[in-house]
Design a protein around this ligand. Sequence first.
Ligand code: NAD
Length: 270
Amino acid sequence: MKGLTGKNVLITGASSGIGQAIAIRLAQEGCNIAINYRKNAEEAAETEELAMQKACGQEVENCGVKSLIVQGDVSKEDEIIEVINTVIDRFGSLDILVNNAGIQTECPSHELSTAEFDRVLDINLRGAFLCARETIKHLLSRQQSGSIINISSVHEIIPRPTYLSYSISKGGMGNLTKTLALEYADRQIRVNAIAPGATVTPINQDWIENPDKKAVVESHIPMGRAGTSEEMAAAVAFLASDEAAYITGQTLYIDGGLTLYADFREAWSA
Ligand code: NAD
């Protein structure tokens, strides 16, 4: 896609699922990829291997795409400053940030502990803010254009009972996207989000591996199937590219129609 070759990208939580697919896709598009992970170094190494294979085939040494694995917990300010500095040191600059790291936990809201409420928000929302802030500081210091893409969720707008902190984090991500987009539009820093619907990744292991549960999930999706990480990565590549040069402050829903009020497929009100 236009304008991606040679761009330096940091993807948080890129050792699995959607983040891994984004790393692979952006490497294929010619970006230099920094793969952030928190815990699983082996998975991060696998992401790097897959991405470099897809981008370079047998020519890893000469293909011009660079990769870097960088450990850090997005909820920890000092670690994120270190992560961003490492990427800038190694690649020379940072052009594109993908805020992908996220967790979800289930609990009836009246039983949800303060610590658990904070944990999800610290990673999903505060982490995205910290990474965005440090990236924007860098871009402004170089008077450089750039792009931030937040991985939100259909729960940016759909309430999700028993996943209170997750819903709040993604709702907040919607406004993080819009507010930063408005604040930095005149500095040519674009900020957008994608909002995946149900996607086949480790976060959904519970229903992916159970055919009955999977059928229930898919019965709620107008297109009748869950999405793939690759479908999410394609939209990220588009938003990061110059094809989307005039798009900022938007959340792109990629959900097989999940946000179309599926209950209205058939008329049920007079
Ligand atoms: P996943 O569990 O495979 O990916 C989440 C990644 O974030 C993991 O690699 C995990 O190690 C990493 N992570 C967690 N806490 C971290 C921290 N503190 N610092 C750094 N990394 C951390 O699941 P996924 O589905 O690929 O999720 C990726 C993003 O997509 C998440 O933000 C999630 O909310 C969002 N999303 C997923 C779906 C879906 O159905 N899979 C739907 C909507 C939104």
